[in-house]
Design a protein. Structure first.
Length: 206
């Protein structure tokens, strides 16, 4: 019987934000040791970790690694959050003035195709993570931990399940939540159903 590999996605710890303002592109994480230790108890030992190179994900990974043995920690640029460019750190009311003539979304600040000035759209972010997932290959079945951002996890779900970007950005992905997948190697993908299977979405380590 074919044995799949597993991917455990974790959204980083929360960040400090000022009311009425968009967060910076690379803010610090707020580390709660109790929550970190509790989350760590759900993670397997001695796995490869893929980590977004932004500060909040690195800080979350380092905090978790105090309680979990890590085989190797790899910083992966394709796992970065969507770049909000010139909008980062600005007043929300000012940005809304720039957006008022664009299409609006019921559950997201901006629609997937909209790219902030000097930033990128969710569609570009989705393309990044899709390339990473397609290129991911393990010689033997194993489990990997991925510490990243809500947008990357939503992009993964869009790619794996074929969900339209307009719909997938409405999926809630909480800080320090777990989203679990398993996947087959390309050589084992010989039947219907695709390479990837969802095991859990947005599980909270309570």
């Amino acid at each position: 019987m074919v044995k799949p590999s597993k991917l455990i996605f974790i959204r980083h710890a929360p960040v400090d934000t000022e009311v009425g303002y968009l967060p910076d592109n690379d803010p610090d994480a707020i580390i709660n040791e109790f929550k970190i230790k509790n989350l760590a108890s759900y993670l397997p030992q001695d796995c490869i970790w893929y980590v977004s190179p932004l500060k909040r994900t690195i800080q979350t990974a380092k905090a978790l690694s105090k309680y979990v043995a890590v085989k190797d920690m790899i910083l992966e640029k394709k796992l970065k959050e969507q770049n909000f460019g010139d909008w980062a750190g600005r007043k929300i009311s000012e940005v809304w003035q720039e957006l008022k003539n664009n299409s609006q979304h019921n559950f997201s600040f901006i629609c997937p195709e909209i790219s902030p000035p000097n930033g990128e759209s969710f569609l570009t972010q989705l393309e990044r993570v899709s390339i990473w997932l397609e290129e991911l290959h393990f010689h033997d079945p194993q489990t990997a931990v991925i510490i990243t951002h809500a947008g990357i996890i939503r992009g993964t779900l869009s790619f794996v399940l074929g969900i339209e970007p307009d719909k997938v950005i409405g999926i809630e992905i909480s800080h320090l939540s777990l989203t679990r997948l398993e996947f087959l190697s390309k050589t084992d993908d010989i039947n219907r159903g695709g390479r990837f299977r969802i095991l859990a979405i947005n599980n909270k380590a309570d």
